[in-house]
Design a protein around this ligand. Sequence first.
Ligand code: NDP
Length: 467
Amino acid sequence: MARAEIGLIGLGTMGAALASNIAEKGFPIAVWNRTTEVTRSFHANSGALAENIVPTESLEELVKAIKSPRAIILMVPAGKAVDDQIAALSPLLDQDDLVIDAGNANFHDTNRRAAAGLPMHFLGMGVSGGEEGARHGPSIMGGGDRADWDRVSHILTAISAKTDDGTACATWMGQAGAGHFVKTVHNGIEYADMQMIAEIYGIMRDGLGHTAAEVAETFAQWNKGPLQSYLVEISAAVAGAADPITGKPMLDVILDAAGQKGTGRWTAIEAQHLAAPVPVIEAAVMARNVSSRIGERQLGEAAYGPAPKPLTEGMATADLEQALIAGKILCYAQGFTMISAASESFGWDLPLPEIARVWRAGCIIRSSMLNEMATALSEDAGRNLILAPDFVARVKAGVPALRRVVAAGALNGLACPALAAGLSWFDMFTTARGTANMIQGQRDFFGAHGFDRLDGADSHHGPWGAN
Ligand code: NDP
């Protein structure tokens, strides 16, 4: 007799961790993996959890092992593998059964699958927190029909991360691709957070001559203050680690070419479609792309000479901290605005305060500041985060330092594209009379596109022909 509460396909890094988490929380789980040996060794190495794990060696066996109506999590690479698994499961499942794609799907694919009229129910679910999160408590962002989410929410809530106040980090975000969309923006913000930390590291290393150990100490200190976050914490650990082969600091032996799997890029692309400005995220994606062009950068350095110069006037560590705080707030304000824009464009009702809450634990961008962001968004989800009084005060405190850091970077050839992009956006955001009147004049001059006038009249044309 079927005894598993749920099934899972794909026992890779994330799937194995998630299956163990589910088994540990007391839900019998049936598992199947394309390579059978992986299933066998996963079960054999599961220790006491093995009694809650049903290893299966065919999809038919997997389906039979799960109580009906069934729920099956897919944890396979995004894209074709998901479509293939859905196709393979289709003839085996009943109409009432549910497939949950928990990989990093492009939310457009999830929308497509939801609209395709699959022969079973379907949820798209973003899971954040890496292997450790999946094993001990990820942040979970669900999308699809609410009734389908409710069917499995007791399991998802049980396995999710919990905040200090005991809130479970598992939330239904809305229809179709809403969960995968929120996960995508999460990843975009993750890129930006990481890039800004790397830029500040660059100023410490190349501008101030700090050793990796000193950098580690600074990040560790910051992790006790407003910047407390998983990413600052691990940056301290990375900077403090020594290479077992050479004994040098790990940072000094790691190649400076950043990898990426595409979710940051998807965020930047989608932001353009939504006309939602996320320049910090865009700069972070650009920076990863430039970083990977090592040969080109070597030619550049040979042609123009080494750029980074020591900061002759130094830079207070407190300025670097304040700049990072300001950059982070500006970046999150952009990310939440993008989520609002998507909510409107796709007819979702994405719950901004809930999104900030669900990111507070379990996921890679978890930080203490998300508590205050959740509070500010609860007061008024339609207001830009940097207009919330608490954040106005923080940004006012941080922006002067951000200016000093970006200016010092520009003057000394220390690239800090994400911090600079945040600052430029801030300067535009806070300038009631901008410079787009010139652009409108140019557009009308060459294309007769017309412009609105400050005195209220619209669709005017300039006297260009007369000139
Ligand atoms: P892994 O590469 O570790 O594992 C992939 C799994 O999918 C393996 O079990 C593999 O089986 C199986 N698989 C691969 N191709 C196919 C296919 N065509 N058909 C059926 N099964 C297939 O990947 P991860 O666990 O890291 O990632 C899984 C998903 O989770 C991805 O969408 C990823 O983007 C997402 N994710 C990953 C995170 C991470 O930190 N790693 C974080 C959050 C989400 P086999 O053993 O036979 O190769």
